[in-house]
Design a protein around this ligand. Structure first.
Ligand code: ATP
Ligand code: AMO
Length: 441
């Protein structure tokens, strides 16, 4: 049985209880002639510890320990002189009777609560940075988003799969793929589970999902591009329409909005990253791409038909919020030349596709759509796009064997968390991020 409490648990115990717990030295100072004061921290919570100067030997010993050193503490809970009003500091104090050093820390490059402003300086000591209560909260929220994805899809009859990340061909665009030396042969790190998830539907698994790493060799030093991110992917045989995929994603995302905003961690996070109220509608807005273009043009923008620029996307997000009062919407029926070779065209007008993006606060978090399932049509499309069948033989076999009509989508986990909670940069939502400047020379 575990005998140690977390600091959060101490709050729930009666005053006078003798407790044992572990905590790091956050700060220490002399409170009065008679008392020393230690702020002890674990995960999202801190507690004020009081050391009597009657035990001068212990006081002198603890004063020499650097901040961040890990201690085990024995003591008795007592009421604070004044009530504590903080989401991250315990409502009780502790009279320290015994202290043991579990593991000392070397001097830390910064205080956990005062990280450097510059992202790279802060991230250069990421472990220390992650000890900040807001980061402890953030990664619990991120975990909740992944859990909601799994729970929702399991309820909707999807099968969890793990697809190979070593691939024989690129899928999204040849320019942004990491090449790997595979025993002298050429291989690529998967830019998306696109081929394998479609092959799983060809193999009659019906509805599949994956939570896994996605690699993009994009030399994009933006706030929304990582070279390795966590993809939340689904693929499913459809009965009537690719909007069946949108319906599933809508259940998932609404489960996320509901559960995350009920988490106490959101308040802790907001102290470091303030965010405005997140608005969404009971009946999600599905805006036709052409209507979106019209809204931008009415706003005085050029908005060419080919695709939206990032600034158009952000402006459209603002216009949608003003007009429809929502921070979450689907932009549907993208132009053909903005989408990959596997995208199903609108049979009535091949300049447009049966595909969509999902936006949160004007930022893209998801792309998806119906796929071509007719082998001849797919071959013609690949030829037109200059994509060789070489390396795609296994994928093509699925179509030759009669793939069911299907559709799917991919979401970026870091982007969902970042835009929902206004963290400003996807690096914040990645545990140990990879971008074009990561990894030593
Ligand atoms: P998707 O891969 O689903 O299309 P994405 O969000 O990764 O979405 P990109 O296709 O890479 O976006 O690019 C979309 C927009 O981002 C484009 O309008 C492009 O101008 C802009 N963009 C891409 N890379 C950069 C960059 N390094 N700096 C500034 N803008 C960029
Ligand atoms: P797409 O290329 O749009 O589509 O990627 C899907 C989603 O992944 C996220 N994303 C990223 N997140 C962080 N860093 C990046 N560099 C990055 N690039 C993309 C975004 C994006 O919406 N195969 C299709 C999906 C499908 O149709 O099923 C695909 O990969 O949130």
């Amino acid at each position: 049985p575990y005998e140690l409490n977390t600091i959060a648990e101490l709050d729930t115990l009666p005053i006078g209880t003798e407790v044992n717990f572990r905590g790091r030295i956050h700060t220490q100072r002399q409170l009065s002639k008679a008392l020393d004061f230690l702020l002890l921290r674990d995960q999202t919570y801190s507690i004020q510890g009081v050391l009597s100067r009657e035990n001068m030997e212990m006081v002198q010993w603890v004063q020499k320990l650097p901040a961040e050193s890990l201690l085990q503490i024995n003591g008795v809970l007592k009421a604070p002189p004044e009530p504590v009003r903080s989401a991250t500091v315990s409502n009780v104090e502790i009279d320290i009777h015994g202290l043991w050093l579990v593991n000392p820390a070397q001097s830390a490059p910064f205080s956990v609560y005062r990280p450097p402003e510059a992202m790279r300086n802060r991230m250069s000591s990421r472990i220390l940075d992650l000890r900040h209560p807001a980061n402890q909260a953030l990664f619990r929220i991120r975990s909740m988003v992944a859990r909601q994805f799994r729970d929702t899809l399991e309820k909707e009859g999807f099968l969890e799969i793990q697809t190979p990340k070593l691939q024989p061909a690129a899928t999204e665009s040849g320019a942004s793929v990491f090449k790997v030396n595979y025993f002298g042969r050429k291989a690529f790190l998967a830019q998306s589970p696109q081929l394998a998830k479609q092959m799983s539907v060809s193999a009659d698994f019906g509805r599949v999902y994956e939570i896994g790493p996605v690699f993009r060799a994009e030399n994009s030093n933006t706030h929304r591009h990582l070279t390795e991110y966590t993809g939340l992917d689904i693929e499913m045989a459809i009965e009537h329409d690719y909007h069946e995929v949108i319906a599933v994603l809508d259940i998932f995302l609404k489960n996320v909005f509901k559960t995350v905003y009920e988490m106490p961690e959101v308040e802790v996070l907001k102290k470091r990253w303030p965010s405005s109220e997140f608005k969404y509608l009971d009946e999600t807005l599905i805006l036709d791409f052409r209507d979106g273009l019209q809204m931008l043009r009415d706003d005085g923008r050029e908005a060419p038909e080919e695709d939206l620029s990032t600034s158009d996307e952000i402006r459209l997000g603002e216009l949608v919020r003003e007009k429809y009062n929502t921070d979450y919407y689907v932009l549907d029926r993208f132009p053909t030349n903005a989408r990959p070779f596997y995208t199903h065209k609108d049979p009535e007008d091949p300049r447009w596709t049966r595909s969509f993006d999902i936006f949160i606060r004007g930022q893209e978090i998801c792309s998806g759509g119906q796929r071509i399932h007719d082998a001849a049509e797919l071959r013609a499309n690949m030829a037109a796009a200059g994509i060789a069948e070489e390396g795609m033989e296994e994928y093509m076999a699925g179509f030759d064997l009669g793939a069911p009509p299907h559709a799917g989508a991919g979401l970026g986990l870091e982007r969902i968390v970042t835009w929902m909670l206004e963290l400003g940069d996807v690096r914040n939502a990645s545990l140990f991020y990879r971008d074009p400047k990561s990894l030593p020379d």
